[in-house]
Design a protein around this ligand. Structure first.
Ligand code: GLN
Length: 295
């Protein structure tokens, strides 16, 4: 705890010095700098004020504020962008959005002293939402991929998943190779979309839906031959519908992680610290077990 306060304090000092180095004292944005400026000091003095150990308690508040501003979580809120069509990770239950990601993000926010706010948007809008700074984290059963790493940073992974194939029980598709020449349904912009698209070279057609469940419905109606989607949502969809099954052979194994705006190492470090604690305490596993029963 002491260490944390010291880190916060250092952040304030650094914020103060950065401001002092800026060209205009009027641009001072930290609380300490503003305070010093209004009491007759200039920006350089603000840094001195921030470094003044006598003002410790005041600095702690200032430091906490500047830390929140640095990591983009000012206002005591951690905004999570997600697509709540992905049970058991995030889905609507009555009027609420619940699931593994919601609880994991909630536990992380709590450790950071922030309130979690959920933004339910299209899956392929999550990364742009992080880039524009409208959301702080993307938690959406999101697979870490080289391509996405060009646009966002990912936390340490919190679970492993796979892409599976759902077909009708009487389908002649028995494994990945049989997808050649078929009509494959996916959720737009997901890794399922990316992997299924490889089969286009083999004469397959890809139908892209906004929700994974819409792809499953289209298959039940006979409009498409197979659905490629993450294993846990696949299990939920199959359990809710007669006459469909998951093929034994998975297409890929993947890792899920939380995404943040590229370069926001401050927030990333806090998320990774919280995740490590949740792993060590068994809390993460307990959340997963609550939603996914062991076979
Ligand atoms: N894991 C997949 C991906 O990251 C699907 C995620 C989702 O549909 N929410 O693309």
């Amino acid at each position: 705890m002491k260490k944390q306060i010291l880190a916060l304090f250092m952040a304030a000092v650094m914020a103060g010095s950065l401001t002092a180095c800026g060209s205009s004292g009027a641009d001072a944005t930290t609380a300490a700098a503003t305070e010093a400026a209004t009491t007759g000091g200039d920006a350089a003095e603000a840094a001195t004020t921030a470094a003044d150990a006598d003002q410790e308690s005041k600095e702690e508040t200032t430091a906490a504020e500047s830390k929140a501003a640095d990591s983009g979580t000012a206002g005591g809120v951690l905004v999570m962008a997600t697509n709540a069509e992905f049970p058991p990770y995030e889905y609507h239950d009555g009027g609420e959005i619940v699931g593994i990601d919601v609880e994991v993000a909630g536990a992380i926010a709590e450790k950071m002293g922030l309130t979690l706010e959920i933004e339910d948007i299209a899956f392929d809008s999550i990364i742009p939402e992080l880039q524009s700074g409208k959301a702080d984290i993307g938690a959406a059963g999101m697979t870490v991929s080289e391509d996405r790493l060009k646009n966002v940073d990912f936390s340490d992974t919190y679970t492993t998943a796979s892409q599976v194939i759902i077909v009708k029980e009487d389908s002649d598709i028995a494994g990945p190779d049989d997808l050649a020449g078929k009509i494959i349904g996916v959720q737009l912009g997901t890794t399922g979309d990316i992997y299924a698209s490889d089969y286009e070279a083999e004469g397959s057609t890809i139908e892209r839906y906004n929700k994974g469940f819409e792809a499953v419905q289209a298959m039940i109606q006979g409009k498409i031959d197979a659905v490629v989607i993450d294993v846990e949502p696949a299990k939920v969809f199959v359990s809710q519908n007669e006459g469909i099954k998951i093929l034994d052979e998975a297409l890929t194994v993947e890792e899920y992680a939380i995404a943040v705006k590229k370069g926001n190492t401050e927030l990333l470090d806090q998320i990774n610290g919280a995740l490590a604690e949740l792993k060590a305490s068994g809390e993460l596993q307990a959340i997963i077990d609550k939603y996914i029963s062991a076979e």
